[in-house]
Structures are given as C-alpha cells and as structure tokens.
Design a protein around this ligand. Structure first.
Ligand code: UD1
Length: 339
C-alpha cells in the first residue's frame, strides 16, 4: 500500500517514514529540502533496509503537485508534514508562512480529491489551544487566538480540512495536535537537525552540552509553577511517529467515527524547564550551565495533554520516557558533531 509523506525528510516526517516502512507500507517521500538534508534518506534506509522513493518537489508550485499526483494516482494515504515551523520567523515573514503552510495544503487537498483513496493525516499542534483554561488539555478545549502566523497556519489548516470534509464525504482526515516532540531514533541514524541557533529547548540543551553554546537561557523563573519555570509535555518523536501509523490505519480501515477527527498527541505528563535540565544532567553526567532570564514573548505557563481520546480510540499510548528521549537526543548530538 503506497503512502505519501510530504516533508518526509524532516524531523517528525523521517521518524514516521521509518515506522510506516516497518509496518510494511510502501513510502513515497516529497521534500523540497528547505529545512532538511538529503542525507536523511540514507539514515532512513540504514534503519529499515528499504530506500523509500524520493522526489524533490516544492509543493508551492501547483503544477508540480498536479504532476506528482497524476503520476501516483494509486496513493492510499497522505501524511502531510511539509510546512515551515519557526515561530519567530513567521512573525517577520507572515506571507511566506501563509504561502508555505496554507497554499501548499490547499493544492494537496485539491489533488487528493481526485484519488480513489482520500486518507489524509494533518500535522497540527497544541499551539492551537494557547494557554488553556484547564489542564490537562482535552481536544474539546477552545482554540484560542494564535500568538503568531505560524500558530495561525495550524488553526487555519484545521479549518480548511474541516470545511473540505463537510462537502467531500470521500475525504477522511485526522488532525494530530502534537505537544512538544523531542529525541531521536534509538539507532541514532536520524534525529533533529536544527538550522542555526535552535529555538527549541532540547536542541539548545544538547548544543550547550556539546560546547557549541555557552549556556542555556531559561526563559522565565517566576511562572506560577512548582519551581517557577514553564511546563510542557515532551513526547518522544518515535512515540509520536507511531501514532501517525495507527491514525492512518484507522482511516484505511474506515474505522473513523466521522470524516474529520482531532487527537492530542502527548504523554499526559508536564515537565518544567528545570526538570528537563535535570534529565539532561542525569543522562549526560554533566551539570548544564544555565541562567534564568526574562520570559520569552508569547510563551505560555503550562501545557500538557489529556491523552485518553488517543489512548482509547486510536489504541495508542506513549511508551518512552523523558529520559529515553533525552538519551537519544544526546547520543544524536554527539554523533552529528563528532562525525
Ligand atoms: C514551540 C512553539 C510552538 C511549536 C513548538 C514545536 C513558541 C512560542 N512556540 O513550543 O508553537 O508548536 O515549539 O516544537 O516558539 N525554553 C527555554 N530556553 C530556550 C528554549 C526554550 O527556557 O532556549 C523554554 C520555553 O520558554 C518553554 C520550553 O522551554 O517553556 C519549551 O520551549 P520550546 O522547545 O521552544 O517549545 P514551545 O515554546 O513549547
């Protein structure tokens, strides 16, 4: 069964490709390499011993999208990761984000509507909840006004899919709202490859540990939390990737209750920034240098998932811990800097 993974050489995309291949799917990857490297293809192949079909295509070009789907009309499902994801950059380049994340989504949905099998998984984010009024956050929590164009593209993306599902009953879609994906594949053959200075916590920690950065700035020490630092739900990227496979299988098996469903993907456990640092220290044997500085604009106090919908309906739950994720992230950091 042929599955298209857009953005399949990115961080979450590449781990999902591995899980799909290991479950026996034939994977076709599209990626424009704007924020990924062709070497990831070798990493995937080294893990699964199967080289996925790869096409370097920019989905912003509608003709490319049309051509691709007319060549691959036997696709049984699409997992759509291809998108830009830097919050700060999106504030400075809103049109680029709307074009990259919304324009391409529209083109892909237009072409999917011509296929025999219209199974579509969308990469969304817990960012749609903003600072939720209640924790843990259920899928019924209201969507709050987005803090950034990036966050807005996830909200608008969900709305576009929902509206399309209303008029096209052949389209079956699941939007997956990720909490904070971290870690790397345990084989240490694929992992996160941030370009420039990392904006996310764990890559910044591992780069500090390896000596590329002097110290970590902890954004905010007076949040109303047990240790004053902000709380997030850090999920191992391999657990996250596995959820895509079960969600896709649900669509293929037509087990979905409606043709547009939403699931939170998280561990259900919140960790503070200081707890994440402690995990790194345990794993690496280091004592990470950090200092507490002002809050980062747009950051929320706490977010962690209520996971029972995904647990009960998808039959999926996380299996790996924060320390597992940190261990793989740290091994990956050491590997890419020493090779
Ligand atoms: C960020 C994005 C979010 C996106 C997610 C993808 C922002 C505001 N939000 O989430 O929209 O979906 O990444 O993974 O960018 N921290 C530090 N020092 C650092 C970096 C981070 O203290 O150098 C803290 C942050 O304040 C936060 C926590 O670590 O409390 C996690 O930060 P990060 O990894 O950037 O993720 P989010 O901000 O939760």
């Amino acid at each position: 069964m042929k599955i298209l993974v857009t953005g399949g050489l990115g961080f979450i995309g590449s781990h999902t490709v591995v899980e799909l291949q290991q479950e026996g799917y034939e994977v076709v990857i599209i990626d424009n390499l704007s924020n990924s490297s062709i070497e990831v293809l070798d990493g995937i192949t080294a893990i699964t011993k199967i080289k996925p079909h790869f096409e370097q295509i920019d989905l912003k070009d509608k003709n490319n999208v049309r051509q691709f789907f007319s060549n691959h009309s036997d696709i049984a499902g699409v997992v759509h990761f291809a998108a830009s994801k830097a919050v700060g950059e999106s504030v400075n380049e809103p049109l680029m984000y709307y074009e990259n994340n919304i324009g391409t989504l529209v083109y892909v949905l237009q072409e999917i509507s011509k296929l025999n099998f219209q199974n579509f998984i969308f990469s969304s984010s817990c960012t749609v909840y903003g600072q939720a009024d209640e924790l843990p956050i259920t899928e019924n929590a209201p969507v709050k006004p987005a803090e950034s164009p990036y966050g807005n593209t996830k909200q608008i993306g969900e709305e576009i899919i929902k509206d399309t599902c209303k008029v096209n009953s052949d389209l079956n879609s699941i939007a997956l709202r990720y909490f904070n994906p971290i870690g790397a594949h345990p084989s240490v053959k694929i992992g996160e490859l941030p370009i420039g200075v990392p904006q996310n916590l764990v890559p910044y920690i591992t780069q500090t540990g390896i000596g590329m950065r002097d110290q970590l700035s902890v954004f905010g020490g007076d949040y109303p939390t047990s240790d004053g630092t902000a709380i997030r739900d850090y999920i191992h990227v391999v657990d996250l990737a596995r959820a895509h496979v079960v969600a896709l299988q649900r669509l293929i098996d037509k087990k979905n209750d409606s043709n547009y469903e939403v699931f939170n993907l998280g561990t259900g456990k919140g960790s503070s920034v200081l707890e994440v640092i402690e995990s790194f220290n345990r794993i690496s044997g280091q004592n990470l240098k950090y200092s507490i500085v002002d809050k980062r604009e747009g950051d929320i106090t706490a977010a962690y998932a209520e996971t029972s919908k995904a647990n009960n309906i998808l039959g999926w739950k996380t299996e790996l811990t924060l320390d597992d994720a940190m261990d793989s992230a740290w091994k990956w950091e050491q590997k890419i800097r020493n090779s």
